[in-house]
Write a protein that binds this ligand. Structure first.
Ligand code: FAD
Ligand code: SIN
Length: 525
């Protein structure tokens, strides 16, 4: 199979790129499950854009830089916030319906770290609305083919140039190649590296792992964002309780009813996520309780049901009536701030390979992502990448500026000599996720990170050996990619000898000014 543009992933980034590239050539969108299955589809709170009368791109820029704890690339943030209003209007022109005020203006919500109300939302299912809109638009756009249940395994490199991917048909087990003039990674993040995550099972960091194995530069993988509030229930797989709930006045309390957030930050429940997640972690360690509680029982029950229908109904299904009782919550891995390094046009360090959305590290989020900036980042940079791929494809690939934190890390070699005839992929996946939860989570120590790195190196080499000896399956590919992402996270975390934003290490509790302009870059060696 051969196309002009090959898009890996059917979330907001992949679909936006595809719709913008299709007028210039044939586009194939590959997706490993059915087309709507993506992190995008589960996004709740909304999409940030400075469209309010009291708002400006300068204020959005400042809030993003503040959340990013000194590590954002200012130029990338400027691109984001200046293009944000235009791109959300584009979504609305395609048919996205965001909530409106009684006077017909767009209703703007508030989330942590934002100094203005600037979150466009569709109740608490904004991602579903965006995915629905983009899928319809893609269907109506000539030259776009969506290939479901096709899992990308490996990038094809010819003389150092990306020429497409090797693919597994997950329904038949067939293996084949798809070639293209330009390939876009839009495969999302790697939340599944952690045992507790808000992300759906597809989020196994495939694009990050494939790019690393192909020799692309990877950046800032230590910055994993933990969302402060996912439902604590033994039967619920980390269901997200949107930050918008705190934006509407939700209060975090301990089991004894004490409101603890003002003890940690003057912005209380609306402090940026890293601060809220760490405060909850500290309270849980102090009290020994398994969860804290998010209380919105003081709000009008009818308003709660209208504003948060998904959260209301899902919690009710698990026996919690959020209009009458506080919601038991715990933090969970939510967002990968780092990823495949790109320039402002979505170009990676490999010729003809682009990356956009959560798989990419553009420099927008720095050490901590501002709430609701990720859907916007995917939208803005996917359009730019499509523009570049359709007009300036043959320019030589960009290089990141030199950084003072650089880790040379070659891909994993298979060290095992015994040929495996079977391998327990599920056990390996669980082992990685448990280890990262315990040793690479919200509060880190050098000793625990070193243990994780050591265990991961052994496990990753075993996985590599088994992978090479057995026919590829969804399970084997994902376990291999999770191991790669876990290694990238631990190596990056060990290389950054300071605490900053989401990366908090007890051995180095201070932020060091000399690292402010230094992303952690993992380079091929
Ligand atoms: P995704 O939407 O994750 O899409 C990735 C696609 O790649 C999928 O189609 C997947 O199947 C495909 N794929 C992956 N690997 C392969 C492979 N090997 N081969 C083929 N296909 C592959 N952000 C906000 O800004 N606002 C919010 O309100 C918000 N709420 C969120 C709520 C939840 C519960 C979660 C999990 C995230 C939320 N986020 C939010 C984050 C945001 O949803 C994601 O960062 C964003 O949707 C990522 O979009 P994407 O297009 O990069 O990737
Ligand atoms: C949420 O609704 O809390 C998620 C928002 C985000 O991840 O940006």
């Amino acid at each position: 199979m051969e196309y002009d543009f090959l898009v890996l992933g059917s979330g907001i980034a992949g679909l936006t790129f595809a719709i913008n590239a299709a007028p210039h050539g044939s586009v194939a969108i590959l997706t490993k499950k059915q087309r709507s299955e993506s992190n995008t589809n589960y996004a709740q709170g909304g999409i940030a854009a400075a469209i309010g009368a009291d708002d400006s791109w300068e204020l959005h820029l400042q809030d993003t830089l503040n959340a990013g704890a000194g590590l954002c690339d200012r130029e990338a943030v400027e691109v984001l916030v200046k293009n944000g209003p235009r791109m959300v209007r584009w979504l609305m022109e395609l048919g996205a319906q965001f909530d409106k005020n009684p006077d017909g203006s767009i209703a703007l919500g508030r989330e942590g770290g934002h100094s203005r109300n600037r979150i466009l939302h569709a109740a608490d299912h904004t991602g579903y609305e965006i995915e629905r809109t983009l899928l319809i638009a893609a269907r109506k756009t000539p030259h776009i083919t969506v290939l479901e249940h096709y899992q990308a395994l490996e990038l094809i490199l010819e003389n150092g140039v990306c020429a497409g991917v090797r693919v597994l048909d997950t329904l038949t087990g067939d293996l084949f190649e798809i070639r293209a003039k330009a390939t876009l990674l839009a495969t999302g993040g790697c939340g599944q590296v952690y045992l507790h995550t808000s992300n759906p099972p597809i989020a196994t960091g495939d694009g990050i792992a494939m790019a690393w194995r192909a020799g692309a530069t990877i950046g800032n993988m230590e910055f994993i964002q933990f969302h402060p509030t996912t439902l604590y229930h033994t039967d619920a797989p980390s269901f997200l309780i949107s930050e918008a709930v705190r934006g509407e006045g939700g209060i975090l309390r301990r089991r004894d009813g004490y409101r603890f957030m003002p003890d940690y930050d003057p912005r209380a429940e609306l402090a940026p996520r890293d601060i809220v997640a760490r405060a909850i972690d500290a309270e849980l360690k102090k009290t020994g309780d398994p969860c804290v509680f998010l209380d919105i029982t003081h709000l009008d029950p009818e308003f709660i049901k209208r504003r948060f229908p998904t959260i209301y109904h899902t919690c009710l299904q698990y026996g919690v009536d959020i209009t009458r009782e506080p919601i038991p919550v715990v933090p969970a891995a939510h967002y990968t701030c780092g990823g495949v390094w790109t320039d402002l046009d979505g170009r990676t360090t490999l010729p003809r390979l682009y990356a956009c959305g959560e798989v990419a590290y553009t420099g927008v989020h720095g050490a901590n992502r501002l709430a609701s900036n990720s859907l916007l980042e995917a939208l803005v940079f996917a359009e730019r990448a499509a523009l570049h791929a359709t007009t300036r494809l043959d320019e030589p690939p960009p290089k990141p500026k030199p950084s003072c934190i650089t880790v040379p890390l070659p891909p994993i070699e298979s060290t095992a000599t015994v040929k495996d005839h079977s391998y327990n992929w599920d056990a390996a996946r669980l082992q990685i996720r448990q280890m990262m939860q315990k040793k690479g989570g919200i509060v880190r120590t050098v000793a625990r990170l070193q243990e994780a790195r050591c265990e991961l190196e052994t496990l990753a080499a075993q996985i590599e050996a088994a992978y090479r000896n057995l026919p590829p399956t969804v399970e084997s590919c994902e376990a291999r990619n999770l191991a790669a992402c876990a290694l990238l996270i631990t190596h990056s975390a060990l290389a950054r000898k300071e605490s900053r934003g989401l990366h908090y290490v007890l051995d180095y509790p201070e932020t060091r000014a000399e690292f402010a302009a230094c992303p952690t870059l993992i380079t091929p060696s």
